[in-house]
Design a protein around this ligand. Sequence first.
Ligand code: SF4
Length: 335
Amino acid sequence: GTPVLSVRDLVVGAKTPQGPRTIVDGVSFDLHQGQILGLVGESGSGKTVTCRALMRLLPATSLSIQSGSIRLIDQDIAHLPEDKMCQLRGSKIGMIFQNPTSHLDPVMRIGEQIAESIRFHENASRREAKAKAVDLLRQVGIPDPQSRVDNFPHEFSGGMRQRALIATALACNPGILVADEPTTALDVTVQAQILRLLLDLRDQRGLAMILITHDLGVVAQTCDSIAVMYGGRLAEIGPKRALLREPRHPYTARLIACQPGASTGYGLMPSIPGQPPSVNAFPSGCRFHPRCDLAIPICQQEHPPMREMAQDHFSACHRAEDVVPLRTDTDVNQA
Ligand code: SF4
């Protein structure tokens, strides 16, 4: 079917003390109804900036969309005026964040915050909005929502606060949810519960989701497809299983090898040699070349174009055919 979100050649520029920089460079992907896309990369890879750009939540003084399109259902929102965008945010596309505490007002009751979000988009009375808030809290698994609706954020645990934030994001029935490291601040048990909740919401509501994370384990548990970013560009994108079992980019193969479960036998996790590139000094050609075992001379000169290696599985590597999985015994491959 037609994608609910279609991003094409997105370029985001930054003003830095060293001059203008391109920090997201030519990112393209589609998202379909009911699909969960994992957007993976190290910090500085451009994954969060990409998602801020499609929510149109870039800090105006430092970052801006330079070119490309962001098609939300049937409308290009890349340059939509803020008053129009404001209506779409929440009603068409919702967002949850890593740290729910900083996105909840500490002096406002949980129910009031959800109700406010409902009343911003819908013509509901206070009473109706509160009833809906109770229902939403129930849907996100808050026990005893009838009384919990009057709690303040500090009366909720970390996991419950994230559930409350999810309820707020869902208040106006968006078809798309963008989740930026939604479980990173939570302990492992709670993390699994929140991921389960996101999967249930996808099943019940047909929500499409973009899950931004540095954690391939989270992606393996939750996502249908995976996009890997490196140095502001997409390195690889494809169906989860294919990408984890047969990565077609050396960086993805390394990331998989560095997951827990891929132990070195000394209790240490292997890591990718070298440093992630800095936006102020992106390497020429393929940005991964200083760290790549497979690099050949052309890699330093020419940016590798995206090529389709198998159905819906694309890689931006001059030597995509030569990539072999480094490990097959990791947890992510049990997914
Ligand atoms: Fe490595 Fe070259 Fe492929 Fe880049 S294009 S990932 S340097 S082999």
